[in-house]
Design a protein around this ligand. Structure first.
Ligand code: ZN
Length: 119
């Protein structure tokens, strides 16, 4: 099987850009560890806010935090897939070494394992 690596590379890089831009709206990159993002607190003056507002902001912060975790984890998967591509191992199962299969990669270009070995 010959994979069209350019196609998958572009798909991964496009998604990476999109994720980084979404993360940029709710978090800042940790300058000491670029793969780590810290959620920013919603804009507010917490000292003067009423109790109900503080509760709303807490909830918004919780929402941002869970969103951020999902985006960051997806971003890590993509970085891993790109790293495997650089080593010439893209499309090869990280567990068993078999081919992942084009259909599975098209469904999720960040897959690093075959169907049998899950993700
Ligand atoms: Zn496998």
């Amino acid at each position: 099987m010959t994979l069209n690596l350019d196609f998958f590379k572009k798909a991964l890089e496009d998604e990476k850009k999109k994720l980084e831009s979404e993360l940029g709206d709710i978090a800042v990159r940790n300058p000491e560890q670029l793969s780590d993002w810290n959620v920013t607190y919603p804009d507010m003056n917490i000292m003067s806010a009423a109790k109900e507002e503080v509760a709303d902001q807490e909830e918004e912060f919780e929402n941002r935090s869970s969103l951020e975790l999902g985006l960051e984890s997806r971003l890590r998967d993509i970085a891993e897939a790109l790293a495997r591509m650089e080593k010439g191992k893209y499309g090869v199962c990280a567990v068993g070494g078999e081919e992942i299969g084009e259909a599975r990669l098209k469904a999720n270009p960040a897959s690093v394992t075959c169907v049998k070995h899950g993700n």
